[in-house]
Design a protein. Structure first.
Length: 299
């Protein structure tokens, strides 16, 4: 093979191999053979802090140790995280998803406080629940919005929150669990602002009066209460109880089963409890039933 042709051949082999590796969803056997697992994570709350730790980071590092493979973190965003796992370019509108093309695959699983939503379930599978959650309406402490007194009926509580929303401005983010289209806000005269920044900046935005209130999931609210004491208040729920899990491609059933077995193991030996107490200690007070088996082990 002449020098020029050989160079062209090698370049073609390089680009084809690179493209294949980016567009190829690894199975459990392939992850074990390759010796590494790619963790897709969005820097968010105490799930992925961006400093090399966080609830989800430690959870997946532990899973990698269980598998005997190298942990590789792949930073992504809420806009692209599902696509980075599935290789499908998508559009999300009105709580519905449309596949519009193909993109390179960049990771093997998603772990960053990923709430289980119907539209996401059409594209990915979830692990067993990792944490409970709920979407709440949060406002600055001096907001005229009134805190809803909790009743025995969550649907009543939600209605009591929503009936206050006429004429106010709410922050949220399309394509996430705080997308207004997922909740019963169609008959309310509310201005929804699709927040362009990081979800970690939602609370500072309402403190600075960029909007009247924001939608936010419970784990992040608990962090905000300790980070900005006396500056915000929880008005009440806009959703019923939800759960968060780790996301897998539809064909990664063996990897999903392996993770579920690992999750069950660390719930039994106390490691899971330690992670919850390290990153979300107050969540046990809000959802005691979810943690009852874990608490029993540690009492």
């Amino acid at each position: 093979m002449k020098g020029k042709n050989k160079l062209i051949f090698l370049l073609l082999m390089f680009f084809s191999t690179t493209f294949f590796s980016l567009c190829y969803a690894a199975t459990l056997d392939e992850i074990l053979k390759k010796g590494e697992l790619r963790h897709l994570g969005v820097p968010y709350a105490n799930f992925v802090t961006g400093l090399g730790d966080g609830f989800s980071v430690e959870l997946i590092k532990g899973f990698c140790k269980e598998l005997g493979v190298k942990y590789v973190y792949v930073k992504t965003s809420w806009e692209t995280v599902i696509s980075d796992l599935t290789g499908k370019a998508i559009e999300v509108k009105g709580g519905k998803v449309k596949v519009i093309g193909k993109v390179p695959i960049k990771g093997d699983l998603i772990a960053n406080g990923l709430t289980k939503l119907p539209w996401r379930e059409t594209l990915i599978n979830y692990s067993d629940p990792v944490l409970p959650t709920q979407v709440l309406l949060v406002a600055s402490i001096d907001s005229p919005l009134k805190v809803v007194q909790k009743t025995s009926n969550i649907k009543t509580d939600i209605k009591n929150v929503i009936r206050q929303l006429n004429g106010i401005t709410i922050l949220g983010k399309t394509g996430t669990c705080i997308d207004k289209d997922l909740y019963d806000l169609d008959n309310v005269d509310v201005k929804f602002i699709n927040f362009p920044g990081n979800l970690n900046d939602l609370i500072p935005a309402i403190i600075r009066k960029k909007a009247s209130a924001t939608l936010l999931d419970l784990p992040d609210v608990l962090i905000a209460l300790s980070k900005w004491p006396g500056k915000i208040k929880i008005i009440g729920p806009v959703s019923e109880e939800q759960v968060m899990g780790v996301g897998f491609t539809k064909d990664a059933t063996k990897l999903q089963e392996k993770f579920n077995a690992y999750l069950k193991k660390i719930k039994a030996n106390g490691i899971y409890y330690e992670l919850v107490m390290k990153y979300f200690p107050l969540i046990l007070q809000y959802y005691p039933d979810f943690f009852i088996d874990v608490k029993r082990f540690n009492q």
